[in-house]
Write a protein that binds this ligand. Structure first.
Ligand SMILES: Cc1cc2nc3c(=O)[nH]c(=O)nc-3n(C[C@H](O)[C@H](O)[C@H](O)COP(=O)(O)OP(=O)(O)OC[C@H]3O[C@@H](n4cnc5c(N)ncnc54)[C@H](O)[C@@H]3O)c2cc1C
Length: 393
């Protein structure tokens, strides 16, 4: 088997791995090799709801989302031909009295950082969501430029962009060993032969600890099962949902999927820990019924909607539901980018830039990558959110 050398090896071809590969390649870091055990976006990324919004509770994540929006809006130009199919119907965060203060605080923080967002009262919410019953709401955060993209197209766009800058994207090529010598990462093994490299990036998403285990490591990130559904809402009466919503009181999120469909997911109320190589990839009927039960009081016409499809897939969660982006504390040249906790898609463009900067310069102060360091868990400095722990951040 041929022995190969690279300047950086990236493990995992989801939106994180491909974004990092693209950003390193376009900065001329050298020979970049991305290794994906299956196909590009075959893991979580290809099954993402792909909502892109800026509403977060802390500065660095707001900055990441805001920077990423810019890249989604100009994706084709930036990647040199990739197709994000980004649509911008706008985004509402429904808040009741209990949540209003926290959501308003988030809006103020985001506005202070230049984000286009505002707090709107129930009358204005009714104008944007005429189909909804809003009696329990104190108002909503509104982001006019938020939207959703095609997650497969985004991962492929980053991968193609990386290729254009000379990166090698190798699919059907699992990493079977991570080699460490004298406290340094020196490369990886694959069934097609070893790749020697002074930089190894573990971007294996929910498989992070399967890959970490190859060098005797473990990181505080776990795979849990998450479900999504798509309902046909054509002709059920009432107005169409023409905006994306996180409905904090019902814990549902939803967005249009084309003209006549509605994609709906729910906050992960009781995390179901799973083996990422062995879990139920179909939706549960109990989950579907719960979605209908929560949605119908909000949109009474929804009781006539039909389930079109559903699926089960993976979140990779950390103890504070925020990413890990860091250097390995004991192995030079080994980098970790994982634990996106159900909200990584929208951050992936900025993550690529930040990881590239960390790898090339040893730091990334803005957005501050040190907020996502591994040591925050042992230091007891978990990141905070105005929402219950969950993907909302
Ligand atoms: C149902 C659902 C809805 C979501 N909705 C949103 C949303 O609306 N907005 C948002 O921002 N985020 C959302 N997310 C989260 C977002 O999709 C993820 O955070 C993001 O896709 C994670 O990307 P990743 O590259 O880290 O992981 P992945 O896409 O899983 O990529 C990891 C890759 O590593 C590969 N791999 C594993 N082991 C090896 C190995 N040994 N060798 C080589 N390759 C390997 C896997 O095959 C996989 O392709 C959602 C997630 C789910 C599940």
């Amino acid at each position: 088997m041929a022995r190969e050398t690279a300047d950086a090896v990236i493990i995992g071809g989801g939106v994180m791995g491909t974004s990092i590969a693209f950003q390193l390649a376009r900065r001329g870091f050298g020979k970049i090799v991305l290794l994906e055990r299956d196909g590009i976006a075959s893991g979580t990324s290809g099954k993402s709801s792909a909502l892109v919004r800026m509403h977060y509770s802390n500065e660095s994540t707001i900055r990441m989302a805001w920077r990423s929006l810019d890249i989604f809006e100009n994706f084709e130009e930036i990647t040199g031909g990739g197709q994000a199919s980004f649509k911008q119907p706008g985004y509402l965060v429904f808040a009741n009295e209990a949540l209003a203060e926290g959501v308003q605080r988030n809006v103020s923080l985001a506005r202070s950082l230049g984000v286009e967002t505002e707090w709107i009262d129930p009358g204005e919410v009714a104008r944007l969501a005429p189909w909804a019953r809003l009696d329990d709401l104190a108002g909503a955060a509104y982001e006019r430029r938020s939207g959703y993209a095609d997650p497969y197209g985004v991962a492929m766009g980053f991968a193609d962009g990386a290729r254009k800058h000379g990166a090698i994207i190798r699919q059907n090529c699992p990493v079977t060993g991570v080699r460490v010598e004298g406290g340094r990462a020196v490369g990886v093994d694959t069934p097609r032969g070893p790749v020697d490299s002074p930089v190894v990036v573990n971007a294996a998403g929910a498989w992070v600890n399967k890959v970490a285990g190859l060098s005797g490591d473990w990181f505080p990130a776990e795979a849990i099962r998450e479900q999504d559904t798509v309902f046909e809402t054509a002709g059920i009466g009432g107005e169409r949902v023409g905006v994306m919503v996180y409905d904090a009181p019902t814990k549902l999120y939803f967005r249009p999927e084309g003209a006549d469909l509605l994609l709906i997911g729910r906050d992960n109320i009781e995390p179901e820990h799973v083996d990422p190589d062995d879990f139920n990839e179909k939706e549960d009927m109990a989950f579907v019924l719960d979605v209908v039960k929560r949605m119908t009081p909000r949109w009474p016409d929804f009781e006539n909607a039909h389930l079109l499809r559903g699926w089960g897939c993976l979140y990779c969660i950390t103890p504070d539901w925020m990413p890990i982006m860091d250097r390995h504390p004991g192995t030079a040249g080994y980098f970790i980018c994982t634990g996106m906790s159900g909200h990584g898609f929208k951050l992936s463009p900025a993550v690529g830039e930040m990881m590239a900067e960390l790898i090339m310069t040893g730091a990334c102060p803005r957005p501050d990558i040190s907020d996502y360091r591994l040591a925050r868990f042992s230091e007891g400095r978990l990141m905070q959110s105005v929402f219950d722990r969950g993907f909302q951040g």
